[in-house]
Design a protein around this ligand. Structure first.
Ligand code: FEO
Length: 672
């Protein structure tokens, strides 16, 4: 019996789940199964986008037949020739003999190799930028070599802004009836499997993924349709942001991957002690026994974490086998820019540390932390200090201690006499993990800043709110002085200029309200923002807490009103849709780029006999790329507002962003 789902009225998912597969590609365990997605368009012409793995051919063919409902199939678009998407092509093409194959030249060659027959007669061969009109829709083809094979291409529907992304944006796991990512708690439940899929399948090809992200970044996108996992029709930016990190080998979080290989438990014991020491210092540790956890999971977390610690015993005068396999795997996936610490063990001739270093040293941007900690059979009492020192070094890099902050003296404000209906409870329904404008007033002057921390903390009487404000932010001092504040809840249509006005300059230097065409105030006399907001809540401070770099204000609510029905702007919506995206341009170096698969050879001269290690094409297929010669300036960029601070060494411990006043911890190294 067919089993399909509608993507939109004229586009139907005709793929299938496989929950019996043990190992995807024979190596990656898929305990939650996998989906093979194919999509069928019912326009004036009918178009099937890809086929499926042979394991699910039966239901797939039923899905296609049912969806076509007697119509002929006009086109089969082939985005990728790997058999998990192409193994049923032959069956499909024999069942629909009129169907023309839309593919690129490399795909056609591979079809001949896999199917053993020449399909040139049936093929419409396309290249970058070619289009296909099917009636209401017009598709443009984008070549995406090495995402994940050299023949991969994507299709962009210029009509409905759909992007068929081949393997990109895929996720391990069966769909289980949920076709769209927004039908799941994706970032809570599926991100780990999306990361494991990405890092293990295409992790090696970061520059090629960056290249296609750059192309896609110029397109208006309403929907991403991958060949595995969920379809993305909302919050695309949140997932694209992950791809930008993964493909540029930037850690997703400041945390430690601690992987160990231990035969009799002594190396494991040292790893456990280090894990305790790190946790005591507030460092998050993700820990794995390489003999228990399959490498694909550890590789995935190596892409996630900023710091990697490998602890392994010596074995056969080398490194223990499961650790050796893991490190080979990490190297094969081209992981870069990680800080690495090594713990070795050996009862008579420890060699594992040296070999682990040798395996990881060739990876670009690898930095080793200190010397190897070397155990002789077991951690000796006197060596605890070495682990302590290692934990200190890592903790200092991951979470430097914030400078002490002085809490300003708090003024207790008198409540304003208001009627019983002053607090509209519906205003609290507008609170999300969102962004708000905090306003206050001292000595006749208005102040405001952007916060993302307003929450209702008591719903009885009196209703209470809490906000936290960066201690060095002028607004923190002003709220403390005034003893009152307003929270205006921003909506999704808020322009970036509003964030620039209230978030990226200081009330010490400018009047943030200058030039605003409104002067709306609540009963407490404070201004609020009547545009691009859906509620305002007026509060009177009752308690204050020192949170280190921030100050927590707890306050009674005196007044609350709903301003509009527009949806609140969540923090992730702001990042995905309002904050301008950083350009993911690959690092520019003089080199030669393979026009066939995108492989980059670094260097001024390409030897005449050079053969592309990925697609085996020769020098004639390479293009010489000479970067902009302007010298780059080293520094740090603020992750909040984008301010670039030129700096050769470390930013001072008490450094704060001159624009948005965020502390040093919100900066990351950058070059401009
Ligand atoms: Fe899903 Fe590269 O195949």
């Amino acid at each position: 019996m067919y089993c399909t789902r509608k993507v939109q009225d004229d586009l139907i998912w005709v793929g299938a789940d496989d929950r019996r597969l043990v190992c995807f590609e024979g190596v990656y365990g898929v305990p939650d199964g996998v989906s093979y997605n194919a999509y069928l368009l019912l326009d004036e012409k009918t178009v099937l986008f890809d086929t499926v793995d042979k394991a699910v051919y039966g239901v797939f063919l039923e899905n296609v037949a049912h969806t076509l409902a007697g119509r002929k199939l006009d086109y089969l678009v082939v985005h990728h020739m790997e058999p998990d998407h192409a193994a049923t092509q032959e069956l499909l093409l024999s069942r629909y003999p009129e169907a023309r194959i839309v593919c690129n030249a490399k795909t056609l060659t591979m079809m001949k190799q896999f199917l053993g027959c020449d399909l040139t007669e049936r093929a419409i061969v396309v290249k970058e930028g070619d289009t296909l009109e099917t009636g209401r829709h017009r598709f443009r083809f984008l070549m995406a070599p090495m995402v994940h094979w050299p023949e991969v291409m994507m299709s962009y529907d210029e009509t409905d802004k759909l992007l068929f992304t081949a393997d990109a944006f895929g996720t391990f796991g069966a769909l289980n009836g949920r076709l769209f990512a927004d039908e799941t708690d994706f970032f809570g439940e599926h991100l780990d499997e999306a990361r494991r899929y990405y890092t293990n399948i295409v992790g090696k090809y970061g520059p090629q993924v960056q290249a296609i992200l750059k192309k896609a970044g110029k397109l208006e996108l309403a929907c991403l349709l991958p060949l595995h996992g969920f379809v993305w029709r909302s919050h695309l930016g949140d997932f694209v942001e992950k791809y930008l990190l993964w493909s540029s080998y930037v850690p997703e979080e400041k945390s430690v991957l601690l992987a160990y290989a231990s035969v009799y438990g002594h190396t494991e014991n040292a790893a456990n002690i280090l894990a305790c020491l790190l946790n005591e210092r507030g460092v998050r540790v993700r820990m794995f026994d390489t003999s228990v956890t399959p490498a694909s999971y550890i590789v995935s977390d190596a892409f996630r974490c900023s710091h990697l610690v490998f602890a392994a015993t010596t074995y056969n005068a080398g490194v223990f086998v499961t650790m050796e396999q893991l490190l080979h795997d990490i190297a094969a996936h081209n992981l870069q820019n990680r800080k690495v610490a090594i713990i070795e063990n050996g009862s008579w001739a420890a060699t594992s540390g040296k070999i682990m270093r040798e395996l990881l040293s060739p990876l670009k941007g690898t930095e080793f932390i200190g010397d190897n900690v070397s155990l002789k059979s077991a951690l000796a009492e006197g060596q605890l200090a070495q682990l302590d020192a290692l934990a200190d070094l890592i903790a200092e890099e991951i979470s430097p201690k914030p400078a002490a902050v002085e809490i300003p003296a708090i003024v207790t404000a008198e409540p304003v006499a208001l009627g019983p209906d002053a607090v509209d409870k519906k205003a609290f329904n507008k609170l999300t993990y969102g962004v708000q404008v905090l306003t206050t007033r001292v000595d006749g002057k208005d102040y405001g800043c952007i916060i993302n921390s307003a929450v209702q903390v008591a719903s009885g009487e009196p209703k209470k709110m809490a906000i936290s404000v960066i201690a060095k932010n002028y607004s923190a001092e002003m709220v403390a002085k005034a003893g009152v504040f307003n929270v205006s809840i921003l909506t999704e249509d808020a322009p970036y200029s509003l964030f620039q006005r209230f978030g990226f300059q200081s009330g010490r230097d400018v009047d943030k309200f200058e030039g605003l065409p409104y002067d709306d105030r609540t009963a407490n006399g404070l201004r609020y923002i009547p545009e691009y907001t859906n509620a305002v809540i007026s509060c009177r401070v009752t308690e204050v807490r020192d949170l280190g770099a921030s100050i927590l204000f707890i306050a009674d609510v005196d007044e609350a009103k709903v301003l509009s029905k527009a949806p609140s702007c969540s923090y992730s919506y702001y990042h995905a849709h309002i904050k301008p995206k950083k350009n993911p341009a690959p690092e520019q170096k003089e080199g030669w780029v393979c026009k066939v698969c995108g492989y980059v050879y670094e260097g001024a001269e390409l030897p005449d006999d050079f053969v592309c290690p990925l697609c085996k094409h020769g020098k004639d297929d390479f293009e010489h790329v000479v970067p902009d010669q302007k010298p780059k300036v080293k520094g740090y960029v603020c992750k909040i507002c984008g301010h670039f601070e030129p700096c050769e060494g470390e930013l001072p411990a008490d450094y704060t962003c001159p624009l948005c006043k965020h502390p040093r911890e919100d900066f990351e190294p950058a070059e401009q």
